[in-house]
Design a protein around this ligand. Structure first.
Ligand code: URA
Length: 430
């Protein structure tokens, strides 16, 4: 029988009491948890100690490295092209990956966008794309390579189970133990997967506000700086943008309707905030790929990005021209008076869309692709009494009352338009 070199209780106590966990003990803790020797109860206790006490930069680096070492490491070196990925910390109506990946690929850069499914109120990129008839999220490593190597260039697919399995286990545990919102744990979780994936460069969209993990910009900045340092130290050129997630992004929250909005962006139109963020992230990605002067807006306006999208969807057996699913039941919320929309909080809109069936409460649940919310007014818009404000869509009208409840205090009409700040607030580099 192998003798374990450390005791989980000692590691937990060290962190609980505010100490620094020595590198070998921290590496062991992650490895022993992945092997099942350290129990869920012990790891949950350790995660709570990290939540309360934090970690030093070097501890976060070791934790990240240990999670990378728990699984496979991919490499795209054989592609002969620069690879650039994007990661968003998640928000309401955040469909940016859909137009962004093909847009960047239209400049000859490979985009390996390994994505996930949604849990709770933030939607998952794969759930959105699965609204497209025939589209397939599961690709083998060989298929992924072939798609990036060839003319398509961009791939959005499910991350294989071999990447950072320690994180998979730990993230599921954090989800049910109130330990998600700890900066060292979020940073190591996200960056372990991105570094293991083998991308050359990475742009992080770190969100702050009511619909984000981080409510205030100072915590978002700290998270961004931590992740940029982790990426840079591992040889991945990393930049982060701090972006506003107080208000839902765009006019569509759901799955099929977010695909529709993404296609509008790829056709050169769409809501101004979605276009602005897509363009800002694309410029950052292309700058890291050695094309700082790329005319990103022209590629949206002249059809190049749309051609790239259609090729990407077809390569994964989807039909980009097929009609998207439409909900059987709708409920329209109208303006109770004349006025200006002064406030819309992202989080309750995310929760309402989730309750309509656009998201899942348990990892094994399906999502309803046609469920969601279409917004007809955003902060600053003037409305008249009786005008439609939001259309709620669901497969079953029994879903409406709880969604309407969620929206009860989520928005306000007043007299004066609020000050609108830019969507991108700060840029963080190494
Ligand atoms: N996304 C992740 O992958 N991990 C986290 O901890 C939070 C968001």
């Amino acid at each position: 029988m192998t003798v374990e070199p450390y005791d989980a209780v000692d590691v937990i106590r060290a962190k609980r009491d505010g100490g620094v966990v020595p590198e070998p003990a921290l590496r062991w803790m992650v490895d022993a948890y992945t092997r099942g020797y350290v129990s869920d109860a012990q790891m949950a206790s350790f995660a709570m100690a990290v939540f309360q006490r934090g970690m030093e930069r070097d501890e976060i680096r070791v934790l990240t490295d240990a999670m990378i070492a728990s699984g496979e490491r991919m490499s795209f070196a054989a592609l002969g092209k620069r690879t650039v990925d994007k990661h968003s910390t998640g928000g309401v109506g955040d469909k940016i990956t859909l137009p962004l990946a093909p847009l960047v690929a239209s400049f000859g850069v490979a985009v390996p966008q390994l994505s996930g499914r949604g849990l709770g109120h933030t939607g998952g990129t794969l759930d959105k794309l699965e609204a497209i008839p025939g589209w397939r999220a599961a690709l083998s490593n060989e298929e992924m390579f072939a798609q990036m190597q060839g003319d398509v260039g961009a791939v959005i697919c499910a991350a294989g189970s071999g990447l950072a399995p320690a994180d998979k286990k730990l993230y599921a545990l954090r989800d049910v133990t109130g330990t998600v919102e700890a900066i060292p744990l979020i940073a190591s979780s996200i960056m372990s997967k991105k570094i293991a994936e083998g991308t050359d460069a990475l742009v992080l969209d770190v969100k702050f506000g009511s619909g984000a993990f981080m409510q205030d910009i100072d915590r978002a900045r700290e998270l961004a700086r931590t992740m940029v340092a982790l990426g840079t130290d591992s040889g991945v050129a990393t930049t982060a943008l701090l972006t506003d997630m107080n208000v839902p992004l765009g006019l569509a929250i759901g799955n099929a309707n977010e695909v529709r909005e993404s296609v509008e962006i790829l056709a050169g139109g769409g809501p101004a905030d979605v276009r602005a963020l897509t363009v800002a992230l694309a410029k950052e990605m292309l700058a890291l790929a050695g094309q700082p002067d790329a005319d990103v807006e022209a590629a949206l306006d002249d059809g190049r990005a749309m051609d790239s999208w259609k090729a990407m969807i077809r390569a994964q057996d989807g039909d980009p021209d097929a009609p998207l699913p439409v909900a059987r039941e709708t409920h329209v919320v109208t303006a109770p008076a004349d006025g200006v929309m002064t406030r819309m909080d992202a989080l309750p809109f995310g929760i309402a869309a989730w309750r309509l069936g656009a998201g899942r409460a348990r990892a094994e649940d399906p999502v309803v692709h046609e469920a969601g919310i279409d917004l007809h007014a955003k902060p600053g818009d003037r409305v008249t009494k009786g005008q439609p404000l939001f259309t709620l869509s669901a497969a079953d009208e029994a879903r409406f009352p709880r969604a309407i409840d969620a929206l009860e205090d989520a928005w306000e009409l007043g007299d004066t338009a609020p000050e609108a700040g830019p969507i991108v607030r700060e840029r963080i580099t190494a």
